[in-house]
Design a protein around this ligand. Structure first.
Ligand SMILES: NC(=O)c1ccc[n+]([C@@H]2O[C@H](COP(=O)([O-])OP(=O)(O)OC[C@H]3O[C@@H](n4cnc5c(N)ncnc54)[C@H](O)[C@@H]3O)[C@@H](O)[C@H]2O)c1
Ligand SMILES: O=P(O)(O)OC[C@H](O)CO
Length: 418
């Protein structure tokens, strides 16, 4: 796999990688309906860009990572290796750290800066000497013109509130956060929250990306979702790509982000099945039903979501890896083994050492949307997962309820959602 899909490390150079990447990107662009878009150009450093973002590529971009958990730390390692290698980026990568006092009495930030390791969230992995941990959010972002958001989703509203008026006008952002918020007006994806509150463009990066595996440089893929400006998407691809981390871009922010968000709900269902020892066939059935609900829900919320996105790394591949090896699956398995008698909060605190689950709150948020819109009958798996999480149904309900056939005929143009 490594030989076929990526250059060996000794051969690695940017132009080879990006020529290869543009080949991988071509099918994604072509598959998205109608006439093929212009052929993806190989990305060259300092490539000519359209006038409206010429300022963006004509100087060294400064990167700040907002977040320093398990995935945030791995993202800093990927990015730090590239900023040293590529002249279009400033070497230093600033990483905002939510300050904590370690059992030793030391501050986490001080330990990261002295050991170059996030001893709490990614022990044993060097991040790169050019990563600077900073506990002051305002200071961390003030010089940046590329912001990478990667915190658990429940903290993002508060973080955005603190950042209003504190960032440069020409900043580009990307969100690696899998989750959404539900507001009075309806659901709000995290990239939209960032865009709306801070007035900046925000791409997303999602994929089959269990952080601990990427930390030890095992081959993985990821998907960047972008809205309009492909050159900016390609700059993000450049920033994250390494020989062991292959990134492609698709023009479907909502589709990519909803895949990353909703698969966490399906992973809980897979964990219940594991906890009840129901076997592989049942788990595969749950994953299939879950994928169908992911697609239907995404397309009901955003008619622009593309079918092809579900075949990218952010779609079926992330669903598989999370249902096999993710934290949501693991804690849901323990929940079911305990017959639902120990809460997710308690199990999370005991099993994850400060890391955060996203699936339980996402299941609640999805359930709120389904309830408000009268769609509960259409999404038996999503609805059942939430009802199990809050103790209204036993874990065994996951099969009894999910197998009910959703009644898409209740909707106009029903076939497009199935
Ligand atoms: N870990 C993975 O394998 C992985 C992979 C892909 C995507 N993601 C996604 O990335 C996002 C971040 O996940 P992660 O694994 O980096 O985080 P994590 O699960 O390790 O969460 C812990 C982080 O939350 C921070 N935190 C705790 N309380 C806080 C507060 N009140 N305010 C702000 N921050 C606080 C901690 O300091 C720590 O940095 C999530 O949406 C997750 O779904 C994770
Ligand atoms: O460990 P999980 O369940 O939060 O999933 C991690 C990543 O999202 C997998 O891509």
């Amino acid at each position: 796999l490594h030989l076929r899909f990526s250059p060996s490390r000794s051969q690695y150079n940017p132009s080879f990688t990006f020529t290869s990447l543009s080949c991988f990107m071509a099918p994604a662009f072509e598959a998205q309906g109608g006439a093929p878009p212009p052929q993806a150009e190989p990305v060259q450093e300092q490539a000519a860009v359209s006038q409206n973002n010429a300022h963006f590529s004509n100087y060294e971009s400064r990167i700040t990572i907002v977040g320093s958990g398990n995935w945030g730390s791995v993202a800093s390692k990927l990015i730090a290796s590239n900023t040293l290698r590529l002249s279009s980026f400033h070497d230093e990568v600033r990483m905002w750290v939510y300050e904590e006092i370690l059992p030793s009495g030391e501050k986490l930030t001080d330990v990261i800066n002295s050991t170059n390791e996030n001893v709490k969230y990614l022990p044993g992995i060097k991040l790169g000497k050019n990563v600077v941990a900073d506990p002051d959010l305002e200071n961390a972002v003030k010089d940046a013109n590329m912001l990478v958001f990667v915190t658990p989703h429940q903290f993002m509203e508060g973080i955005c509130r603190k950042l209003v008026g504190k960032i440069n006008g020409d900043v580009q952002a990307i969100s690696l956060i899998k989750g959404m918020e539900v507001k009075m007006e309806g659901p709000c994806m995290i990239s939209s929250l960032i865009s709306e509150q801070l007035g900046i463009n925000c791409c997303v990066l999602m994929g089959a990306n269990i952080a601990n595996e990427i930390a030890v440089e095992k081959f993985s893929e990821a998907t960047v979702g972008y809205r309009e400006n492909r050159e900016i998407a390609e700059k993000w691809v450049q920033l994250f790509s390494t020989p062991y981390f292959l990134v492609t871009a698709v023009q479907d922010v909502e589709g990519v982000e909803l895949c990353g968000t909703l698969k966490n709900v399906v992973a809980l269902a897979a964990g219940f099945v594991d906890g009840l020892e129901m076997g592989n066939n049942t788990k595969a059935a749950i994953m299939r039903i879950g994928l169908r609900e992911m697609k239907a829900f995404s397309k009901l919320l955003f008619s622009s979501v593309k079918d092809t996105t579900f075949f990218e790394s952010c779609g079926v591949a992330d669903l598989i890896t999370t249902c096999l090896g993710g934290r949501n699956r693991k804690v849901a398995e323990a929940f079911a083994k305990n017959g639902g008698k120990r809460s997710f909060d308690e199990l999370e605190a005991e099993m994850l050492q400060g890391q955060k689950l996203q699936g339980v709150s996402t299941a609640r948020e999805v359930y709120e949307v389904l309830g408000h819109r009268g769609w509960l009958e259409l999404f038996p798996l999503f609805a059942t997962v939430h009802e199990i999480c809050i103790g209204r149904l036993p874990p065994s309900a996951i099969v009894e309820h999910s197998e009910r056939k959703p009644r898409f005929e209740l909707l106009d143009g029903s076939t497009q959602y199935c």
